[in-house]
Design a protein around this ligand. Structure first.
Ligand code: ADP
Ligand code: ADP
Ligand code: ZN
Length: 217
């Protein structure tokens, strides 16, 4: 099962991917997490990506595609995967089609999580992430038991540098311009399934599981 979670920043892709991966026993491939891992290790790719991420812009397609292709080629993705945050441009979507073809894999479905812009700003400003396992919390909507500690692994929670008002606005703009066209791209192949992401976290998960259950092989 190869699934894409598509949606604006803050729509809940990371939160839902985490849950779906557990439920379906699939690896979670999140391009943002891959970039942040490079950044932490101070690799050449990480240093390059940081300039774009800090501004809320997209990292160039060639670099991003290369990184995700390498990840999808690893053996743990042979039985399927949940892609979160990739593709984000038409060029990436086209490249992904070729990658799947090369690897003999087939896209099962694209789950588009719809959330209005004003809600996104609220969500991203209150987001806290675990430094250790990358789980997302929200100070109001999904609060950790202890303010600075991950419920799952005890790791330290932090606020991402790009979860500041100016950068949030830039990211939402970039989403509408560069990523939203993917909705039509996947509608054209009948792979797109829209779900309402503006309801509570558990209900979004239930809806997604129902939709996934209805997808063909
Ligand atoms: P969010 O979950 O808030 O949407 P991500 O963690 O997915 O954010 O991405 C953080 C940043 O990493 C993006 O703003 C962008 O700079 C970079 N990035 C992540 N995925 C991609 C991608 N597919 N193409 C280009 N840049 C990306
Ligand atoms: P994305 O990966 O799409 O950028 P996240 O999964 O990181 O989004 O969610 C963004 C923020 O919103 C997090 O703080 C998360 O806890 C919170 N959140 C996610 N889904 C919901 C929801 N359905 N209702 C309220 N808050 C949510
Ligand atoms: Zn954790």
């Amino acid at each position: 099962m190869y699934l894409i979670l598509l949606g604006p920043p803050g729509s809940g892709k990371g939160t839902q991917a985490e849950r779906l991966c557990k439920e379906l026993n699939l690896p979670h491939v999140a391009s943002g997490d891959l970039f942040r891992d490079h950044l932490k290790r101070e690799t050449e790719l990480g240093v390059l990506a940081q300039n774009y991420m800090d501004k809320g812009h997209l990292v160039p397609d060639d670099v991003t595609i290369g990184m995700v292709k390498e990840r999808l080629s690893r053996s743990d993705c042979r039985g399927g995967t949940i892609l979160d945050g990739f593709p984000r441009t038409l060029a990436q979507a086209e490249a992904l089609d070729s990658i799947f073809q090369e690897l003999g894999q087939q896209l099962t479905g694209v789950l588009f999580i719809a959330v209005p812009d004003d809600v996104l700003i609220e969500r991203l400003s209150g987001r806290r992430i675990c430094r250790n396992c990358q789980t997302s919390f929200h100070i109001l909507f999904s609060p950790p038991r202890e303010l600075q500690t991950c419920d799952l692994c005890g790791g330290e929670l932090y606020q991402r540098d790009d979860d500041q008002p100016d950068t949030i606005r830039a990211r939402i703009k970039v989403y509408h311009k560069q990523t939203a066209p993917l909705i039509k791209y996947y509608q054209a192949t009948d792979l797109l399934h829209e779900v309402d992401g503006n309801i509570d976290i558990d209900r979004v998960t239930d809806t997604l599981i129902t939709v996934i259950g209805s997808l063909g092989p």
